[in-house]
Ligand binder design. Structure first.
Ligand code: FAD
Ligand code: SF4
Length: 316
């Protein structure tokens, strides 16, 4: 690991200023993703700004009847929160499908949203990777792509956003709240937070340099039945081949987002509108522009079967 300097920030604005002031600085929260990448020298921050003292570790109720989750709320605490379990169960299920108990104890809400979108070649510094080094090429495009993206990808990178929690955040229409280094605040809808990167796969989110996540806001409860179904190569401790987050109302309408298929949690309003017509209709619309490889084309029928299982369970 390369040497770096370290400080603990006392407020979100201080943290944002500290990261903006030092070239190559990064925030660190639970460290479960960043430290892994630093040990491999894939991430080489010159300076770490630790956000653990910011006090943003509460879940509060909002005036609109929703919840505001502090960025430092751990994945374990969030999934166990009584209001999350009762009114946003899709989030509890998605978080509990991710990583391991130990990792979830340490991982934070903001850090989870910002885990790197990556593939196995990204970890192998002997292989070309546009995400690690812009302009280097992509080893995955003609390589082993079984785990990788089928839609929203580009000729520069076909990695998928690997997280579970953000797929539930997308189906819930969450909003990410931030502070910029100049102190101004922003609210970024989950729909716009993870980018479709085109030829700049190293830029994964809408955050500007030094901008810090302070909260993630949930709307008032949406009702309905909540589902998160994750299909993977092992029953635990593995990223999704395909995951489906869905909220289904009594009349069969609802919303659905897919994980493991694209650079961001994949949701299209026009696909939501097909829910009453069944899983095949939803998937036909959601994946109309898919560009799968021979290795990963199985993901599209897998998404359909996974959603069909959810819809059957919702019907009872
Ligand atoms: C073996 C393993 C298996 C895993 N399996 C899964 C899985 O199945 N599903 C899943 O969803 N996840 C999985 N993960 C990922 C895990 O959930 C993430 O590592 C974790 O959520 C990251 O949170 P953190 O607080 O530790 O982030 P950190 O590692 O501290 O930070 C991650 C990134 O976010 C930035 N950051 C952190 N906080 C902020 C903030 N407030 N504002 C701006 N930037 C910030 C950091 O600079 C860094 O770039 C796995 C991880 C490991 C190591
Ligand atoms: S798919 Fe993306 S992350 Fe993987 S090697 Fe290609 S550019 Fe790198």
């Amino acid at each position: 690991m390369r040497s770096f300097t370290y400080e603990r920030a006392a407020s979100a604005a201080d943290a944002a200023q500290a990261v903006a002031a030092t070239k190559g600085a990064k925030f660190i929260a639970g460290g479960t993703n960043l430290l892994d990448l630093m040990k491999l020298e894939i991430e080489r921050p010159t300076h770490l700004v630790d956000v653990q003292d910011l006090g943003l570790d509460e879940v509060e109720e909002t005036e609109e009847g929703g919840l505001r989750i502090g960025t430092l709320v751990s994945n374990t605490a969030l999934s166990a929160h009584p209001k999350i379990r009762s009114d946003y169960a899709v989030l509890t299920r998605a978080i509990q499908a991710g990583a391991s108990g130990q990792l979830r104890n340490k991982a934070t809400t903001g850090g989870n949203m910002l885990q790197r979108t990556r593939c196995s070649y990204f970890y192998d510094t002997n292989m070309p990777c546009n995400k690690r080094k812009p302009g280097d090429g992509c080893a995955a495009i003609r390589g082993f792509s079984r785990q990788l993206g089928v839609i929203g990808i580009s000729d520069s990178c076909i990695a998928t956003y690997p997280g579970d929690m953000a797929v539930a955040m997308r189906v819930l229409d969450a909003v990410v709240e931030t502070v910029k280094p100049d102190g101004t605040q922003r609210a970024i809808p989950a729909a716009d937070f993870h980018l479709l990167w085109g030829d700049t796969p190293h830029i994964e989110t809408a955050l500007e340099p030094g901008e810090i996540i302070t909260h993630v806001r949930l709307p008032a409860p949406l009702g309905g039945q909540h589902f998160y179904s994750k299909v993977r190569d092992r029953r635990s401790y593995a990223f999704a081949l395909v995951s489906v987050a869905a909220i289904i109302q009594d009349d069969g309408t609802g919303q659905v987002a897919f994980g493991g298929v694209a650079p961001r949690p994949w949701r299209l309003p026009e696909a939501d509108a097909q829910l009453r017509n069944g899983a095949a209709a939803v998937v036909r619309v959601a994946f109309a522009d898919a560009r799968p490889t021979e290795d990963n084309k199985f993901k599209i029928p897998l998404a359909e079967r996974t959603l069909a299982g959810i819809l059957a369970e919702a019907r009872g």
